[in-house]
Design a protein around this ligand. Sequence first.
Ligand SMILES: [Zn+2]
Length: 329
Amino acid sequence: MSEVPAPEIRAPREVLVRVRAAALNRLDLWMTGGLPNVSPVFPFVVGSDGAGVVERVGDGVRAVRPGDRVMINPGISCGHCPACVQGEEPLCRDFRILGEHVPGAAAEYVVVPDENLAPVPEGMGWPEAAGFSLSTLTAWRMLASRARLLAGETALVWGIGGGVSLAALKIINLLGGRAIVTSGNEVKLERARELGAAAALHHGREDVVAEVRRLTGGRGADVVVESVGEQTWANSLRALRKGGRVVVCGATTGPSAGFDLRRLFWNQWSILGSTMGSRREYAEIVRLAHQGRLWPVVDQVVPLAEGVAAYTRMQRGEQTGKLVLEVST
Ligand SMILES: [Zn+2]
């Protein structure tokens, strides 16, 4: 990390944050382009998730001051296009993500606009603060804004264990829904039950579609949270009730998924895409975090120098919760 010069404040509303911890996301794996080439000294600054202490602020910053403990909303938008004016920042024509389009948080320092910062809740440690934003925001927009999950509804989440799926589980419960989750790993299924899953299915040994039907009195799930892609897509639709919604935020096993248009209109399904979240949505999850109701699950905390091991764990899908890099102490 010492090979990259510290970033500088270049605009009045920018803030220099000394990063204490950064959390991994699947996005980082795409960014680093596969593990064989990853070296412990990051060739460029990735990291969409981070938390730290405000070091310096631009002339126009009023919301935070040096010494504040902050976590970072990784979505950066232009602030003046029609989408931004309407408060739909993820639809901004110039939407950028920290660590993807601009230098990220897996470094000693990061510069971000002041409106992307939120205070770390009292009692929340650096690993949780670092792992909070991207996954929780993504899952919140999917369920609360896009699929509009209602109390009493059933949502199916494939592949519990990653940050977004675990945040989805928590949010389904918070909204009064019932979560059915799947995994190929018994330990993850047990953990999901502890975290409030109504049913946890082994997708290697159980017929997920049949189980979802059985658990919903034959109707099917009201909502399916989809990020797996090709491997699960057909079953996502089979598990869905008439009038149900599939909300998609990723395609880990491949992007090409098809369906019969006749089934779409006959079943009156809604297929919804979702990415990141708006400032309003971020404020909502921050409020819930400050109430202690929406904290992320942390899998492991490792020093930045051991980042490769964490990347490997993520690529193998071994984690249950966020993988966090300790950047400074
Ligand atoms: Zn914009």
